[in-house]
Design a protein around this ligand. Structure first.
Ligand code: NAD
Length: 487
């Protein structure tokens, strides 16, 4: 892999300072659009993670954070939101280079990140308890206290969005944070930490410690002094992380993978549906936990829908993220090969490739990790490509005949993150919305502009706990009951 455009090492953000890793080690971050080195980043060691957790504890007890009025926390967060918006363009470009996503998607991600800080800034001084009526002679009330040091381990697919999604509610609740970004795409998380410092977060409140899963991730998940852990990533790693946290009786939020269905009835608005279904699978080159990666289509609408989807897939412009194509590259060579293997498995299992299924032939593309938007038609529900998360731009298409079958197929999955229903019939829509076992259901849309306000999380192996919206505060607070007897 080729030339480097880097000039210096990006340090960790630890206790309010930019520092090198304790042993001086670094790792290179690659631009997936070209395969070139984008930056060199300090690689947090176990000792660095220990220091970050200790700094986060000290901040929790400090006058400057622990002693701060909630409204003041909210003001700092509003300044962070404004700073993110002021730097929206360079942040979006950095995200696009680091992850490969089209520039307009990166711009949206940055705006969503700012919105998280605004939304939760407004809540910082409204986290209230209850009074409980015990009768004469008693006053009983609850206080919702910050849970403490929140450890957050995040993936590479939406770094700034997912970073902000966990950090903002934690700060609003009065917690402190140690955030470990993915080593594949750590750049904008470091920027978030830098913005926090510039906007007045005291030292130790928000520590950003990029590193590998096997060292920094394990050190953070098993640290005996964290008080809460939010993990976003794959099921296999999530299970390991949950076990490590369990050793220290640390509560976890698990935001894991998915195989989310888009269910299309013949009465749906076809053009609207094509747009929604294509976007749900091809956004971020399919590397989205909530990607609509299964299309369940009423048999009589199959041909019309698949023809339109194929026409769209075949005309999508593929290219480097910063050229703002319709679809950017896959994050890494390894992930690209995984996707290719899945398409081969699908073919072997009897699926028909209705579009894509290969690397693009375009000789003008740089040496990045590109794959074509792919439709696997005539998939049956037991095939691996219908059951396993591929994490690429590959849509598995399955037919159904009636609502009963649609409901059964939608739920025939180990996952339960998101579902989409496309129909003009409110009865069908609501019947499915109440029967599908997923954390979110969308009707005649898929996603809602970042969905900052909407609780998000999994049923089944998609995880547990909720991020986003007011529900997320439950993870970052704990309830204390105070019972007073008076004469
Ligand atoms: P991953 O599980 O490989 O890595 C996630 C994070 O865990 C990274 O920071 C990684 O360094 C760290 N990690 C790896 N091994 C670890 C270990 N042994 N101990 C502690 N930490 C470790 O996932 P990924 O490839 O970065 O992301 C893709 C996965 O994330 C997909 O399955 C996707 O569905 C899921 N995801 C879920 C959501 C959600 O909100 N539900 C959002 C985005 C991505």
């Amino acid at each position: 892999m080729a030339t480097s455009t880097k000039t210096s090492v990006e340090g960790l953000i630890l206790n309010g300072e930019r520092v090198n890793a304790s042993d001086g080690q670094t790792f290179d971050v690659y631009d997936p659009s070209s395969g070139d080195v984008l930056a060199t980043v300090s690689k947090a060691t176990r000792a660095d993670i220990r220091r970050a957790v200790q700094a986060a504890h000290a901040a929790l007890e400090s006058k400057t954070w622990g002693g701060l009025a909630p409204a003041e926390r909210g003001r700092i967060m509003l300044r962070m939101a404004a700073a993110i918006r002021e730097r929206a363009e360079p942040l979006a470009e950095l995200e696009s280079r680091d992850n490969g996503k089209p520039l307009r998607q990166a711009r949206t991600d940055v705006q969503v990140a700012a919105r998280y800080f605004e939304f939760f800034a407004g809540i910082a001084d409204k986290i209230m308890g209850n009074t409980i009526p015990l009768g004469p002679g008693f006053l009983d009330f609850t206080i919702r206290e910050p849970i403490g040091v929140s450890a957050q381990i995040v993936p590479w697919n939406y770094p700034i969005q997912i970073g902000a999604r966990g950090v903002a509610p934690a700060l609003a609740a009065g917690c402190t944070v140690v955030l470990k970004p993915s080593s594949e795409a750590p750049m904008t998380a470091l920027q978030l930490g830098q913005i926090g410092l510039e906007c007045g977060l005291p030292p130790g409140v928000l520590n950003i410690v990029p590193g590998t899963g096997s060292e920094a991730g394990v050190a953070l998940a098993s640290d005996p002094d964290i008080n809460q852990l939010t993990f976003t990533g794959s099921v296999d790693v999530g299970v390991q992380v949950a076990k490590m946290a369990a050793e220290n009786v640390v509560p976890v939020v698990m935001e894991l993978g998915g195989k989310s269905p888009n269910i299309v009835f013949a009465d749906a608005d076809l053009d609207l549906t094509v747009q929604g279904v294509a976007n749900a699978i091809f956004q971020n080159a399919g590397q989205t936990c909530s990607a609509g990666s299964r299309l369940l289509v009423e048999r009589k609408a199959h041909d019309a829908l698949v023809d339109k989807l194929a026409a769209r897939a075949k005309t999508m412009r593929i290219g480097p993220g910063v050229s703002d194509p319709d679809m950017g590259p896959i994050i890494s060579k390894r992930q690209l090969e995984t996707i290719e293997q899945y398409v081969a498995v699908g073919r072997k299992e009897g699926a028909a490739v209705a579009a894509g299924g290969e690397r693009p032939a375009d000789p003008s593309l740089p040496k990045g990790f590109y794959f074509t938007p792919t439709l696997l038609d005539h998939v049956s529900p037991e095939m691996r490509v219908a059951q396993e998360e591929i994490f690429g731009p590959v849509l598995a298409i399955i037919d159904f005949d009636d609502l009963e079958e649609a409901a059964e197929l939608a739920n025939r999955s180990q996952y339960g993150l998101v579902a989409g229903v496309w129909t003009r019939d409110i009865n069908k829509a609501l019947s499915l919305a109440t029967r599908i076992k997923t954390g979110q259901v969308y009707v005649n849309t898929y996603g809602a502009g970042g969905g900052v306000e909407l609780p998000f999380g999994g049923y089944k192996k998609s995880g547990y706990g909720r991020e986003k919206g007011l529900e997320s505060l439950a993870s970052y607070t704990q309830v204390k009951n105070v019972c007073v007897k008076f004469a």
